[in-house]
Design a protein around this ligand. Sequence first.
Ligand SMILES: Cc1cc2nc3c(=O)[nH]c(=O)nc-3n(C[C@H](O)[C@H](O)[C@H](O)COP(=O)(O)OP(=O)(O)OC[C@H]3O[C@@H](n4cnc5c(N)ncnc54)[C@H](O)[C@@H]3O)c2cc1C
Length: 631
Amino acid sequence: MTMLLRRSLCLIAAFLISSAGLGQERTASLLLEAESFEQHGGWSLDTQFIRQMGSPYLIAHGLGKPVADATANVTFTETGTYHVFVRTKDWVARWKADGQPGKFQLLVDGSPLKETFGTKGAEWNWQDGGTVEIKSKSVTVALHDLTGFDGRCDAIVFTKGTTPPPDSNDILPAWRRNMLGLKETPTLKSGCKLFCDATGHGTLGSLAGADWTMTDKGRMGMSNMWAWDEGNKSVEFPKTPWALDLSMADFPYPVDHHGQWFWESGFDKDAIGDAEGIRDWNLRAVFGAFNAMKNRDGADKHKTAFLTWIAFIGGPRESRQLLGDYVLNQDDIVTKKEFTDGCVPSTWSIDLHYPKKQYAEKFPDNPFISIAEHDRRIDRDYGYPVPYRCFYSRNIENMFMAGRCISVTHEALGTVRVMKTCGMMGEVVGKAASVCINHDCPPSAVYDRYWSEMDKLLQLPGKAFRLKPTDSMTIPNDSLPLASSYGPPTGLDPANLLGVVIDNRQAKSVGSWTSGTGLNGYVAYDYVYAPADSAATITYEWKADKDMKVEIRLAFQSHENRGKSVPITIAIGTARKEVRVNMKEKAAIDNTFVSLGTFSVKAGDTISIIQSTEKAGGIVHSDAIQILPAP
Ligand SMILES: Cc1cc2nc3c(=O)[nH]c(=O)nc-3n(C[C@H](O)[C@H](O)[C@H](O)COP(=O)(O)OP(=O)(O)OC[C@H]3O[C@@H](n4cnc5c(N)ncnc54)[C@H](O)[C@@H]3O)c2cc1C
């Protein structure tokens, strides 16, 4: 007996005679995928854990208020008595928590089945819904939420047999495909030669057999941030006996109505295999905290408080690192190890998260509040350039990677994982892919053989484009000029000043100079200062390329604590001239420069301008030297 399926196009369901899944019976069965319901109502689509539990599913994330029904119109080809199975779980059962927050009903043509779903099983399972009489071939099926506390439904099976569908992960995917009439291997429509894993978890790489690693324990965790507000009338919030058992002292008060990034857990849990469990633990923490605010020792102060948002999509920070030809580590970053292929500047500190001790004692198995510890030895102005070799797999020839799954250690991930840095990785990978296409080569060859070509692409302004890798590059007129190695100047741009400008960052300093940017009018990125008689010196050098007369100017920012008599020596060959500058007074030229005099130089002469602190009479300030042709 063969039955024809007549269903609306968007609803993935299958009606067939299954001999593979439902035992060995040859019975009529209908599989409804919850995510394919025509109307999701108030239910949300959760796609985060497909690889772990096998499917997207619908979740009733109503912040404690039951959400509107999800509905599907279903056409049966036979009326009669059907056994119903619903794939769901009691999402707090794994912790043996009190109560079942995720309860929902299945309505068939508006009538609920006797069974309440979301009430059995710590793992995803086919909850037995008993039988239903299908009297008409065309019926409406609805998921009816009873709590608003994250009940979830993956799929529903109507069968004229009695055996439940398979639960085992070994059989379930094949059974599902069979029921839905899908091929075992999906057809790849693209003829792609190159791939980029930007999945965060390194999913593509792990499926392709790429080498990867994952920090065993003490990883950074997953966050589910949340928000609340206050109205002008008292509102109830249901008690949550199944949530974490929290009082007000057990969590940081959500100031500004915001549960921030540090609502984070899963440090020692399986970041991929148990990602749903980590997310659910976070939900239990948030609901437990809000329960304390509404129903426990915080109740008096939060009568009108209500939840406005809880992210049901977790924000994972750390899982697989796919291994490339180089694995960047903390030492590389803090010692500023130079790489010819350094290309994506990371300017965030090495920011690693740990459980915050104060809140960790009550739930030592999985603390839910974190603290960030920053190693600030990273150059946050210029950034640390991450090598290109971290962006392609060392053993999958045609795979790039970008984002947090790149080839770095746990510590190095602490800085590279931020959004703009990850975004730049995408740009670099895109440029490298164009080199691969033009030379029909793998990503590794871009480094090994075509780096000079790649480097030229990296030097182009961001607006440069070409429609195909073989086209020549168009550089629009309004492209921004390239930033220097320190990024765009934060002070006066030396490129806009006359003559030659030598900034303090190009000078040789001896002793202890402190960088500052607090006084406006400085040249380039900063100025430096040192106390009087501290033996500190700073030397600016310039080599003349022809015989000429030059005026030499010094840039500094005046202040009452400055030296009245700062010694400056101008040395040309063996000739020397000492000038004293009163830095308490404003610099005469544009409040920034003073003239140190005019000097005759010959081609090849090196001029040294040495600023010292000896008997300066106050703090010595040094910013830049300007050399101008003199009449
Ligand atoms: C709570 C929190 C706060 C943060 N705050 C900041 C901040 O203030 N500033 C900052 O710069 N950074 C911040 N970060 C860090 C930063 O947001 C992340 O590290 C960064 O977004 C990682 O980018 P990614 O592209 O590698 O991964 P993701 O942003 O996770 O993107 C991966 C994408 O791939 C998709 N995907 C996964 N698998 C598949 C698949 N099989 N098929 C198709 N698609 C798939 C996912 O759905 C996802 O959209 C924060 C992170 C968290 C968790």
